[in-house]
Write a protein of this length. Sequence first.
Length: 263
Amino acid sequence: MVFSLAVYARNNEVNAMKISFKSDRGKVRKNNQDYVEVFKNAKGYTLALLADGMGGHRAGDVASKTAVKEIGNKWEKSTISNSQKAASWLIKVIQEENERIYQSGLENPDFSGMGTTLEAVAIFEEDFTLAHVGDSRGYLLNGDQLIQLTDDHSLVNELVKSGEISKEMAENHPNKNIVTRCVGMPGMIDVDVYTQKRKDQQYLLLCSDGLTNMVSKTDIMQTILSSEKDEEVLENLIGLANRNGGLDNITVLMIHFGGVRNA
């Protein structure tokens, strides 16, 4: 089932947007360690969160759900109303959550070593701010151009950036799933933050690597452009990932700025 909600910033139809999200276990995993949810704060502004947990039995799903729920609950109590304040707020609360999850792993042997990626986007009338940790991704479809906004915090991406391997070699590298940064690490983590102007008929896509490891960037873009309804985009992307193997949990959240097509 795809969850969708229409959101109107300050009841202004010019700033309308539709948020749709769906998570799937995939074809191989026994449980789903991804988690996704949307929250609204005291000023009416939206925060969307997507996390891909990692760790032993139960630990990954605990880390992802805990991070999303605790950060989301803090957002609901906040009065953040612009991207500048959102950027500072997101860095602070994600760093706090990093310490909280790390300590939980120390205190409970069942949760030892747990962690999670995190994509968090706060949306305002004219722009949005995206905070990123790990190897889940954020993409922006602008016309017929799909732009990857985030930089993977992964061993393989570090090897690519250092010139040790090519992007083509990275696609099938045996250590592709090793992350170099996650929520739940010891010490202070760096949080990447991006602020971007929003325009009508743009699509902001957040996704776990269960999608991007199975579906090419070109196919993601073509699926968004060719699907008749926003909900069908998610169904079609997840279906494609599963047909290509479905080796991991697959979670996708899409924000359609400017209204709803074929609603």
